[in-house]
Design a protein around this ligand. Structure first.
Ligand code: TYM
Length: 349
């Protein structure tokens, strides 16, 4: 796992190595969230960097959420993190809204970020669509909040899927502008860590569209809460083509659906996509899909089982999140206080 030290071109500051990442609890987590991000999070624990993982409930609010469901989904996401190997004793696991640094720093950084930068965000264009005038102001300002999430901990590395790359570049731009405008070397230029075979898991119904929790078709995705039969059925029905599999990924360049399934297989089993192709060379999807379904069920069923166990004790999940928030506050409050001081606010103490 590459955890390159974050530093600016002329940075003299040695930043404490810190991994930060977040997932929106705006619906059940998908195989895309899992393979692109969550599966990789546990691997950073005990690797010499502090690990901080966040359920970004303030981000979820940028589109309407039923309040009781949001609370429930936040607990479910916390259970998913732990089921995927996040140990709350070794990592800090919390929900964003419980730590004031996020919202406060988001405002301070909104005054550094430029409207033109926000206008270029492809995710806003996609989500806002033709209805731009009617979406929430929060949806537009969202990348400044994301920069605040990361910079409130002066995080040096952020593991994410491919779709977050532009937001992380913006985070670096905001950090660099802040450092430049105030003549400091205060925020690191955080490294995005986008690695593995599944940095962009595609829909099972359309290989050109990202697998997403907001896709109206449930058949387009695998949810971490799906049972074994549902997973097998969705894989069986996944769109493919009639060609046999080639001996290497080179042969899948123009076959997005087939490429996606091979990448999913590789990410689930920690093999290379080329090794998967070599194993199934010359075979059709009649042979490949049952093997993929078996691999998916073998990998995901224990996680779903652990999630269900953890969900039986919501009070304990809430306690773990509160404990994580208190520890997150200890790191982030002084960083925001120093940011306030640098920007010219009278110190609180
Ligand atoms: P979110 O909640 O949409 O997704 C969480 C993580 O899952 C990854 N991901 C995928 N990876 C591969 N294939 C897919 N189909 C797929 N779908 C989702 C995402 O890249 C992400 O890593 N803005 C972020 C949440 C966030 C955040 C942060 C992340 C807020 N603040 C600070 C890192 C650091 C988001 O909406 O992710």
């Amino acid at each position: 796992m590459s955890l390159a030290p974050a530093s600016g071109p002329a940075s003299a500051t040695a930043f404490t190595p810190r991994v930060f990442s977040g997932i929106q609890p705006s619906g059940g987590l998908t195989l895309g969230n899992y393979l692109g991000a969550l599966k990789r999070f546990a691997g950073y624990q005990g690797g010499g960097a502090e690990t901080i993982y966040c359920l970004v409930d303030l981000h979820a609010l940028t589109v309407w959420q039923d309040p009781e469901r949001l609370r429930q989904q936040t607990r479910e996401a916390a259970a998913a993190f732990m089921a995927a190997g996040i140990d709350p004793a070794r990592s800090i696991l919390f929900n964003q809204s419980a730590v004031p640094a996020h919202a406060e720093l988001a405002w301070l950084l909104s005054c550094v970020a430029r409207v033109g930068w926000m206008d270029r965000m492809t995710q806003f264009k996609d989500k806002g669509g033709r209805d731009r005038e009617r979406v929430s102001l929060g949806l537009y300002a969202y990348p400044a909040l994301m920069a605040a999430d990361i910079l409130a901990y002066r995080a040096t590395a952020v593991p994410v899927g491919e779709d977050q790359k532009q937001h992380l570049e913006l985070t670096r731009d905001i950090a660099a502008k802040f450092n430049h405008d105030y003549g400091v070397d205060f925020f690191p230029l955080t490294e995005p860590v986008i690695e593995g075979a599944a940095t962009r898991v595609m829909s099972l119904r359309d290989g050109t569209k990202k697998m997403s929790k907001s896709d109206p078709s449930d058949a387009s995705r695998i949810n971490l809460s799906d049972d074994a039969d549902t997973i097998a059925q969705k894989i069986r029905k996944a769109r493919t083509d009639a060609e046999p599999l080639p001996g290497s990924m080179e042969g899948l360049k123009d076959r997005p659906e087939a490429r996606n399934l091979v990448n999913i297989f590789a990410a689930l089993t920690d093999e290379s996509p080329d090794a998967i192709c070599a194993r199934f060379e010359g075979q059709g999807f009649g042979a490949f899909k049952p093997a993929l379904a078996d691999a998916a069920v073998a990998h995901l069923a224990p996680i779903t089982g652990r999630m269900n166990d953890l969900m039986r004790d919501p009070a304990e999940l809430d306690r773990i999140l509160r404990d994580g928030a208190a520890r997150a506050d200890v790191i982030s409050a002084p960083i925001v206080e120093e940011t306030r001081r640098i920007m010219g606010m009278i110190p609180k103490r």
